[in-house]
Structures are given as structure tokens and as C-alpha cells.
Design a protein around this ligand. Structure first.
Ligand code: GDP
Ligand code: MG
Length: 174
């Protein structure tokens, strides 16, 4: 049996959303891909168990990062969400709260529960972290994230492990 989930990836520009989607779905990291405008998605298939296959449709909000009314359309039908920020950018961290709120105010699961959201602190390979672990933990609790994790898309750190947490949660719904 195959189960399909739409997962939207949101957060400020330049935090690494497109890199994340490309890397996760194709196992490659490249500094040089063409900038894309509008909504795009990539598909990722996971063998979940002997009987179950999971297909994720990862939606990239490319080019709509200024939080327009467009986000409504983008969130529709989502089963899961990834909110990403850049550990070297305090501003992108603070804005993660705005993204989460935007999501919660516009979209819900069919059973009226909020959409499970993973908080990913990307670029942890870089030296100058602007946010402490303690701040991240508090922030994740305060804004009701499913889980949070420090990741590096570039160094392939914690990417697949984090996504499993989200998939595990989505598999319990419906
Ligand atoms: P988006 O605007 O959120 O889609 O961000 P992009 O995926 O375009 O990435 C913005 C920049 O950050 C690019 O130059 C990427 O190569 C870089 N980048 C993405 N992930 C990482 C990471 O884990 N570590 C480092 N050092 N750079 C990254
Ligand atoms: Mg992008």
C-alpha cells in the first residue's frame, strides 16, 4: 500500500529550503542550482514497512517568502510541515514563529488538529551560531512544534533522521 503526504517547507529566503528538498529527494547537495520562482514540488519515496510505502510530495515555496495571500493555496491539503531557519541568522529564527503562526491560522488537518510541524535549524556546519540550544528548545515548546533538530543540508547531518519523526507522526493520522 502506498500512502501519499503533502509536506510544505516554509521559512525565510536563503535558509536552505530548496537545498533541503533537492538533497532529501535526490541525495545531492549543490551550491549551484537555478533559482526557481513559484511553487514547485519534489517527490520522495520511502519504504516504510514490508507492506507500506510512503510517498512525500515536498512543496517548495520558492519566491513567495514574503508571506502573501498565496500561502493559503500552498498550505491546502498539507499533512505535514517543515519550518526552517538558519542557525547563523537570528532574524530567520524569529520569523520562524511568524511562519508557524501563518500555517496554524490558515490550515488544519481534516480532523481539525493542527498540522504537525518540524522545526529545522539548518546550516549547523557553520561556526557562528546566533541561537542557543536552550532558546531553540524553548521556542519549539512555546510554538507547539512536533520536534526540533539542528541539521546541515550541506553535510547531510540529521536530515533523514528528522524527516522520519515527521513521517512517523503523519502515519498515525487518517
Ligand atoms: P532557500 O532560499 O531557503 O530556498 O535557500 P537555498 O536552498 O537557496 O539556500 C541558500 C544558500 O544556503 C545556498 O547558497 C545554499 O548552498 C546554502 N546552504 C543551504 N544549506 C546549507 C547548509 O546546510 N550549510 C551551509 N553552509 N550552507 C547551506
Ligand atoms: Mg528556494
Amino acid at each position: 500500500m502506498e500512502r501519499i503526504f503533502k509536506v510544505v517547507v516554509i521559512g525565510d529566503k536563503l535558509v536552505g529550503k530548496t537545498s533541503f528538498i533537492q538533497h532529501y529527494s535526490r541525495n545531492v547537495f549543490t551550491d549551484d542550482y537555478r533559482m526557481t520562482i513559484g511553487v514547485n514540488f519534489a517527490s520522495k519515496v520511502l519504504s516504510w514497512s514490508e507492506k507500506e510505502t510512503v510517498r512525500l510530495h515536498l512543496w517548495d515555496i520558492a519566491g513567495q517568502e514574503n508571506l502573501t495571500n498565496m500561502t493559503n493555496m500552498y498550505y491546502r491539503g498539507a499533512s505535514g510541515c517543515v519550518v526552517m531557519f538558519d542557525v547563523t541568522s537570528r532574524r530567520s529564527f524569529e520569523n520562524a514563529a511568524i511562519w508557524k503562526h501563518d500555517m496554524d491560522s490558515k490550515a488544519m488537518l481534516p480532523n481539525d488538529q493542527p498540522i504537525p510541524c518540524l522545526l529545522l535549524a539548518n546550516k549547523c556546519d557553520l561556526p557562528q551560531h546566533a541561537i542557543t540550544q536552550c532558546d531553540m528548545k524553548q521556542f519549539s515548546d512555546e510554538h507547539a512544534f512536533l520536534a526540533w533538530q539542528k541539521v546541515s543540508v550541506k553535510k547531510n547531518k540529521n536530515i533523514f533522521e528528522s524527516m522520519r519523526i515527521l513521517v512517523q507522526n503523519m502515519m498515525t493520522w487518517e
